[in-house]
Design a protein around this ligand. Structure first.
Ligand code: HEC
Ligand code: HEC
Ligand code: HEC
Ligand code: HEC
Length: 568
C-alpha cells in the first residue's frame, strides 16, 4: 500500500541531523567556514533537464557541506509505499518527494549515484487484502527510479515473494536502467540472462570517481526466502558469499573502480553475537574494500547516523540503514582526500521527506514525471479493472452455520446502510453526520493527485463496505449502496438480520461486543476500528477520543414502542 505513516515524536528530534564522520573532517569543514569555499555551495549551472521542483534545499539540510566530489543517495525497503495516501497528516515520504529532493541535489550541481537496497515492492497489502498490486507497483516504482537516474537496485525477499523471474522479465529484460545487481544469485548469467548483473559501474558526469555497486543476499535472508523459493529449483542464492564477493571485487579492481558499494540484503548485525562474522558488520570487517555498506532496517524510522567501523588498517566503513517505507533518504557526501591509506572522507545526512518542503509546488505539477507516472498507475488500475477482478473471501458471518439449521452456513450478504434506516433511525442519523458516510466521495473528490483512487482496491478497501468479501463492494455501478464506510463495515453482512430482525441470534452476531466483559469490550472495539484506522492511515488514532464522535446507542425509553419489531 502506498500510505506513508509518520514516525513517532522521536523523528522530529532527529530531523536534519548532519554529522561528520571523522574528527579530521570536522576540523577541515569548520576551518573552511566563512572562506570563499562557501561559494561552491551555489549551483554553478543548470541541469540539462529543467529542475521541476523547488531548487533549494530546506534550510535545515546540508547546512555546512562544501561541495562534495560525489553524492551517494541511498534508499531501500520502500515496500510498495509509492506515495502518501492523504488519509491523515502529516504525511512523509513517497516517490514524488524523493524525486524533488534529487532535483534539488542536481540543481546544486552535486553529481550523484543513487542506489536502492531492494524490497521495493510490498509483501502484504493493506487491510488484509491479498497482494494483487505488488507487481504493478514494482513496475511503476522501477520506472520512477529510472526517472530519478538510479543506477543500481538490489533484490529483497519481497521481490522473490512475487516471483523474481516474472518481475525481472517484465522490467529488467526490457529496460537497461536501473540495473538489478546481485552477486550471489547462482548461475545468474545463464538462468537470468540480461536481467541481472553481479555489479554495475557508474561514473556520473561531473565526478572524477568511478563507483561500483553490487548487492548480496545474506545467509539470514536466504534462510527466510527458503519457503518462497520452493518449487523454483533454479532460483538459488549462494550461501558461501566470499567466493562471489572476491570475484566481484576483482572485476571492480580490473575496471579501476574507486568506490565499491555493497547493498547488503541482511541486518546490520545479529543480536547476541559478540563477533559479528555474519551480517553487514561482519562483511564490513572482512571487506574494508567497501567503504559504504547499506543494510536492512528493522524499523520504519532510519537511524540518524550510520554505524561506523574501523578496520585493522585504519580505514573506515559506514553501514547505513535507511528505515522502511521510503520515508527517509540517506545522502552520503564523498570527499576525496588524495591519501592512499584513507582515500575518502564522508559526510552523512538523513533526510526525512516531510510535508510541505518536498511537495511539488502547484505551478510545477504539470509535466512532473513522477506525478504523471502515478496518474498512469491509477489509470491502469481503472482500465485493467483491478476492482472487478479482485479476489473475494468470506466474512466470518458467512461461514457460520445458520442459526436454525446448524449444519450449513446461511447465504448472508451485504445489503447497504439504507436498509437499516427504517428500524435504526437514530443510529442512521448519527452515522449520516459522521465522515464515514461520505468516505467514498473523499476518494473521488479529495484524493485528486493522482485521480482515480476510487478504482484502486488498496484505497477502496477502507472507504467502502465489504470490498474483497463475497457480496461486498465491487464498483460504483454494480454496488452503489455499498459505497462509503457503512453500518455493515463494522457490523458485518446483515441480510439475515434484515430478513428476520427479531432473531436474537442474528442480533447478537451483529453486535459481538455487547456481551463482552467491560474490561475487554473497549479493546475489542478498538481492534475492529484499527482494521482501518491503522498506524499508516490514521497517524493520531485514539479510540477513547474517537469512539464518542461516532457512538450511536439506541435511545432506551423510546426504543421498544417506536421500532417495528417484525419485518414481515
Ligand atoms: C425491520 C427492522 C430492522 C432492520 C431493517 C434492521 N434492524 Fe437491526 N435490529 C432490529 C431490532 C428490532 C433489533 C433488536 C433491538 C435493538 O437492539 O434495537 C435489532 C438489533 C440490531 C443490532 C444489535 C443491537 C444489540 O446490541 O442488540 C445491530 C448491530 C443491528 N440491529 C444492526 C442493523 C443493521 C446494520 C441493519 C441494516 C443492515 C439493521 N440492523 C436493520 C431491527 C431491524
Ligand atoms: C472500514 C474501515 C473503517 C472502520 C472499520 C472504521 N473506520 Fe472510522 N473512518 C474510516 C474512513 C475511511 C474515514 C475517513 C472518512 C472520510 O473523511 O472520508 C474514517 C473517519 C473516522 C472519523 C472521523 C475522522 C477522525 O479521525 O476524527 C472517526 C471519528 C472515526 N472514523 C471513528 C471510527 C471508530 C471509533 C471506529 C471503530 C468503532 C471506526 N472509525 C472504524 C474508515 C473506517
Ligand atoms: C487501512 C485503511 C485505509 C486505506 C487502505 C486507505 N484509507 Fe484513506 N482513510 C482511512 C482512515 C481511517 C481515514 C480517516 C483518518 C483520520 O481522519 O485521521 C482516511 C481518510 C482519508 C482521506 C481524508 C483525509 C482528510 O483530510 O479528510 C483521504 C483523502 C484518503 N483517506 C485517501 C485515501 C487514499 C487515496 C487511499 C489509497 C491510496 C486510502 N485513503 C486508503 C483509512 C484508509
Ligand atoms: C465504525 C463502525 C460502526 C459503524 C459504521 C456503525 N456501527 Fe453500530 N456499532 C458499532 C459498535 C462498535 C457498536 C457496539 C457499541 C457498544 O456495544 O457499546 C455498535 C452498536 C450498534 C447498535 C447497538 C446500540 C445499543 O444501544 O446497544 C446498533 C443498533 C447499531 N450499532 C446499528 C448501526 C447502524 C444501523 C449503523 C449504520 C447506520 C451502524 N450501527 C454503524 C460500530 C459501528
Amino acid at each position: 500500500m502506498d500510505e506513508i505513516r509518520t514516525p513517532g515524536p522521536s523523528a522530529a528530534r532527529g530531523r536534519g541531523t548532519t554529522f561528520r564522520l571523522a574528527a579530521v573532517a570536522l576540523v577541515l569543514f569548520s576551518a573552511l567556514a566563512g572562506t570563499g569555499l562557501a561559494r561552491l555551495l551555489r549551483a554553478p549551472e543548470a541541469d540539462t533537464k529543467p529542475a521541476v521542483a523547488a531548487a533549494k534545499f530546506p534550510g535545515r539540510l546540508f547546512k555546512d557541506w562544501k561541495k562534495p566530489d560525489l553524492v551517494i543517495v541511498v534508499t531501500g525497503q520502500q515496500k510498495g509505499y509509492l506515495l502518501p495516501c492523504g488519509c491523515s497528516h502529516p504525511q512523509v515520504g513517497g516517490l514524488e518527494r524523493r524525486y524533488n529532493l534529487l532535483q534539488m541535489i542536481k540543481a546544486q550541481g552535486w553529481p550523484y549515484v543513487a542506489v536502492d537496497l531492494g524490497d521495493i515492492t510490498q509483501r502484504i497489502a493493506p487491510a488484509g487484502l491479498p497482494n494483487e498490486q505488488g507487481k504493478i507497483k514494482y513496475l511503476y516504482s522501477m520506472r520512477a527510479l529510472k526517472e530519478m537516474g538510479y543506477s543500481s537496485i538490489g533484490i529483497g525477499e519481497n521481490e522473490v515473494n512475487l516471483g523474481l523471474r516474472d518481475l525481472l522479465a517484465e522490467y529488467s529484460l526490457n529496460e537497461p536502467v536501473p540495473r538489478v545487481v546481485v552477486t550471489n544469485l547462482f548461475n545468474a548469467d545463464k538462468l537470468f540472462p540480461t536481467m541481472t548483473e553481479p555489479w554495475n559501474l557508474s561514473a556520473p558526469a561531473g565526478a572524477s570517481l568511478k563507483v561500483g555497486v553490487t548487492s548480496i543476499v545474506s545467509p539470514t535472508v536466504i534462510e527466510r526466502m527458503k519457503l518462497l523459493t520452493q518449487g523454483d529449483d533454479k532460483l538459488v542464492f549462494e550461501k558461501k558469499t566470499t567466493a562471489a564477493i572476491d570475484r566481484t571485487l576483482k572485476e571492480m579492481a580490473a575496471k579501476k573502480v574507486d568506490l565499491p558499494i555493497m547493498l547488503y540484503q541482511g541486518l546490520v548485525s545479529r543480536n547476541g553475537m559478540k563477533e559479528p562474522h555474519t551480517e553487514a558488520m561482519g562483511l564490513a570487517k572482512h571487506y574494508p574494500q567497501f567503504p559504504i555498506v547499506v543494510a536492512l532496517s528493522e524499523e520504519d524510522e532510519a537511524p540518524s547516523r550510520p554505524v561506523s567501523m574501523k578496520s585493522k588498517t585504519g580505514s573506515e566503513s559506514l553501514i547505513i540503514s535507511i528505515g522502511r517505507k521510503g520515508k527517509f533518504i540517506g545522502v552520503v557526501g564523498v570527499y576525496k582526500t588524495g591519501k592512499a591509506d584513507k582515500p575518502f572522507e564522508f559526510a552523512y545526512e538523513r533526510v526525512e521527506l516531510t510535508d510541505p518542503e518536498f511537495l511539488t509546488p502547484k505551478a510545477k505539477e504539470k509535466g512532473h514525471p513522477i506525478i504523471e507516472l502515478m496518474e498512469s498507475y491509477t489509470r491502469e488500475l481503472k482500465e485493467k479493472e483491478y476492482l472487478e477482478k479482485h479476489g473475494k473471501v468470506r466474512h466470518a458471518l458467512q461461514v457460520m452455520p445458520e442459526v436454525k439449521n446448524l449444519k450449513r452456513p446461511v447465504e448472508v450478504t451485504y445489503v447497504g446502510s439504507d436498509k437499516c434506516k427504517r428500524c435504526h433511525e437514530d443510529a442512521y442519523d448519527k452515522w449520516k453526520q459522521t465522515p464515514h458516510s461520505h468516505a467514498y466521495m473523499t476518494l473521488e473528490k479529495k484524493a485528486e493527485r493522482p485521480a482515480n483512487r476510487q478504482y484502486d482496491p488498496e484505497c477502496i478497501v477502507c472507504h467502502t463496505v465489504g470490498f474483497g468479501i463475497v457480496s461486498g463492494f465491487v464498483n460504483e455501478k454494480t454496488t452503489p449502496k455499498l459505497k462509503d464506510v457503512g453500518c455493515e463495515s463494522c457490523h458485518g453482512p446483515a441480510s439475515a438480520h434484515v430478513a428476520n430482525s427479531t432473531d436474537i441470534q442474528w442480533q447478537m452476531r451483529l453486535n459481538p461486543w455487547r456481551f463482552l466483559p467491560a474490561n475487554k469490550r473497549a479493546d475489542a472495539m478498538d481492534q475492529m476500528c484499527q482494521k482501518c484506522h491503522d498506524i499508516d492511515n490514521d497517524v493520531h488514532w485514539n479510540f477513547q477520543k474517537k469512539w464518542p464522535l461516532i457512538a450511536h446507542p439506541t435511545p432506551k425509553a423510546a426504543g421498544d414502542e417506536d421500532k417495528p419489531k417484525e419485518d414481515k
